[in-house]
Design a protein around this ligand. Structure first.
Ligand code: PMP
Length: 284
């Protein structure tokens, strides 16, 4: 039986429970990380823990453990579950409180670690690429709920995801408040044009993806020029290549956006090379 970590203790999956008064349930008041395990090793754990603490700090949530303790707890939960390849969901809730917004009326933030199997996109998506559409729902304004915060309130992304699904796509492209490309609902976006790799900058109002940063590193190491700059839908339509990056999706090609065929309509050479490099890095 899968063991779930809650505040220092391990519970059988079916007994892993928290209060219905937890503000994470009542208001989405909490932060989280999605992390991969490859060959028994947690991928970029330090980066994920750092982002978790940044997210928590931004919402005045004090995690009742040190970063080292959180990292240790993640490793311990992976080990206990004997998980070689899988997905980790690390969550910190505000804790149980009264039926009002005031976080001062909550106690005991819950640190939860779930280690389970990963649901992957079907292999044909990686082989042939996927189609995306632009959602009418824009990404949260950075001065409202900053997309850099990986909060448990994901409705912004869920609304866009539903729009994508209703249009027959598994992912949807989200613009920012300026009408520029931000990211997809659970992935960052890259385009290739004349050998240069482009991706929206962090201040476009996006989550700074751990996979995004890894892809940028891999591209630079491969002497592929990388530019972080504001992009419009037009840049996606006329790109030679396009792909998405994320913990679950890794590097997945995009071959159509808003019914425009991108490049040749097939995953391009830079996309394929970066996907292979990423694959090699994670399976090292
Ligand atoms: N953007 C959003 C909105 C996401 O939810 C995710 C997945 N966590 C990403 C980008 C990709 O981030 P990462 O590479 O750290 O998984």
């Amino acid at each position: 039986m899968t063991k779930v970590y809650i505040n220092g203790k391990l519970y059988d999956k079916n007994d892993a429970k928290i209060s219905v008064y937890d503000h994470c349930l009542l208001y989405g008041d909490g932060v989280f990380e999605g992390i991969r395990v490859y060959g028994g090793k947690v991928f970029r754990l330090e980066e994920h823990v750092r982002r978790l603490y940044d997210s928590a700090k931004a919402i005045w949530l004090e995690i009742p453990m040190s970063r080292e303790q959180v990292a240790e707890a993640v490793n311990r939960t992976v080990k206990v579950n004997d998980k070689k390849d899988g997905y980790i969901r690390l969550v910190v809730t505000r804790g149980a409180g009264s039926l009002g917004l005031d976080p001062r009326k909550t106690t005991d933030p819950q640190v939860i670690i779930i280690v389970d199997d990963i649901t992957l996109y079907p292999p044909e998506f990686y082989e042939h690429g996927l189609e995306i559409v632009t959602a009418a729902t824009i990404r949260n304004h950075p001065n409202a709920l900053n997309p850099r915060i990986k909060s448990c309130n994901y409705l912004n992304n869920i609304l866009a995801k539903i729009e994508g699904i209703r249009a027959g796509c598994v992912e949807a492209l989200m613009l920012n408040h300026k009408g520029e490309i931000a990211e997809c609902t659970g992935d960052n976006i890259f385009v290739v044009k004349r050998g240069v790799l482009w991706t929206p900058p962090i201040d476009a109002g996006i989550l700074e993806g751990v996979t995004r940063n890894t892809v940028i590193e891999l591209a630079r190491a491969d002497n592929i020029p990388v530019r972080e700059a504001a992009l419009l839908r037009h840049d996606v339509y006329v790109a030679d290549e396009c792909f998405l990056s994320g913990t679950a999706a890794e590097v997945v090609p995009v071959v159509k956006c808003d019914d425009r065929v991108i490049g040749t309509g097939k995953p391009g050479p830079i996309t394929r090379a970066l996907r292979e490099r990423f694959h090699a890095l994670t399976r090292e």
